[in-house]
Design a binder for this molecule. Structure first.
Ligand SMILES: NC(=O)c1ccc[n+]([C@@H]2O[C@H](COP(=O)([O-])OP(=O)(O)OC[C@H]3O[C@@H](n4cnc5c(N)ncnc54)[C@H](OP(=O)(O)O)[C@@H]3O)[C@@H](O)[C@H]2O)c1
Length: 252
């Protein structure tokens, strides 16, 4: 069960993931998050300070396997969002497999108040698309469209299944990597639309009362609706004290 680290002892070999076929009509959905030992994913408003450079590298390896990398709008506002790999070898490996060198970045928003000056909208080294909820006011929609990023309007009913179906059909996405935050993770998990959960356990106690967990939603807690996970691999990293966990959501 314990996964061996890479030759350089730095990160588990997530570039050799054995992913199943995506479910019909949508991509295979993987979440990747870093969380402190006491279950926090944010310190002073962002995830900065939780992860090591090794965790960052692991995140990029996971990205390199995805067709689309999704963030919720609050993460874009707080931390910025991109799908960059910053690694020529990972980009070249994608190109060899006939894919774009960098996956497409995506953001989902309900109200459209987005930081249009950020790289997500201005960079030309990666594609980016916006999924805009039915509640986005027309003037904000026009401002987002003016950035020349593609904008797709979500229906009021069942927006997330629509988004996933659209990613598969129109963007050709077979693998979607969701990089938080907790509200976006929670919205997908509530609908049973998550297939795998990658979690870096960081050797930190953050404390605090209101810090965000990895998955959060307004759904009432219920024993009947707890999602069971099967552990696929666990890789402790003695150098950083991090543990890299990979779970698959059990379907039965
Ligand atoms: N530790 C980690 O690994 C990690 C990873 C990522 C992020 N983070 C941190 O997490 C924090 C943000 O997390 P969060 O839970 O507050 O927010 P989030 O999930 O990043 O974004 C939530 C927002 O996404 C949009 N959204 C989500 N589901 C939607 C739906 N079904 N329809 C329409 N819009 C939808 C809405 O945007 P609007 O508000 O625009 O309507 C919503 O307010 C940040 O501080 C970030 O730094 C940590």
């Amino acid at each position: 069960m314990t996964t061996h680290l890479d030759g350089d002892g730095a990160a588990p070999a997530y570039h050799r993931l054995d992913l199943p076929e995506p479910p019909p009509g949508r991509p295979y959905v993987m979440i990747n998050m870093i969380m402190s030992a006491d279950g926090r994913t944010v310190i002073e408003g962002t995830e900065r300070g939780l992860g090591s450079p090794t965790d960052q590298r692991l995140m990029r390896k996971l990205r390199s396997l995805a067709d689309v990398v999704l963030n919720g709008a609050s993460t874009l506002r707080a931390s910025g969002s991109s799908s960059r790999l910053d690694d020529a070898a990972l980009e070249a490996a994608r190109a060899e497999r006939g894919r774009a060198r960098v996956p497409t970045a995506a953001v989902i928003t309900g109200f459209g108040d987005l930081p249009l000056e950020r790289a997500f909208f201005t960079a030309d080294d990666f594609e980016a698309v916006v999924y805009a909820g039915a509640t986005v006011p027309p003037e904000r929609l026009r401002a987002i469209e003016a950035t020349r990023r593609r904008v797709f309007r979500l229906p009021a009913e069942a927006p997330l299944p629509w988004m996933l179906a659209h990613m598969r059909r129109e963007l050709g996405a077979r693998v979607l990597l969701v990089e938080g935050g907790s509200a976006t993770n929670g919205a997908l998990a509530d609908l049973g639309l998550v297939d795998e959960f990658f979690l870096t356990l960081a050797p930190r106690i953050v404390g605090g009362r209101d810090a965000l967990p990895a998955v959060r939603s307004d759904r009432p807690l219920s024993l009947d609706r707890v999602a069971a996970l099967d552990l696929v691999s666990a890789a402790p990293n003695p150098q950083t004290g991090e543990v890299y966990l990979r779970y698959r959501v059990r379907r039965d």
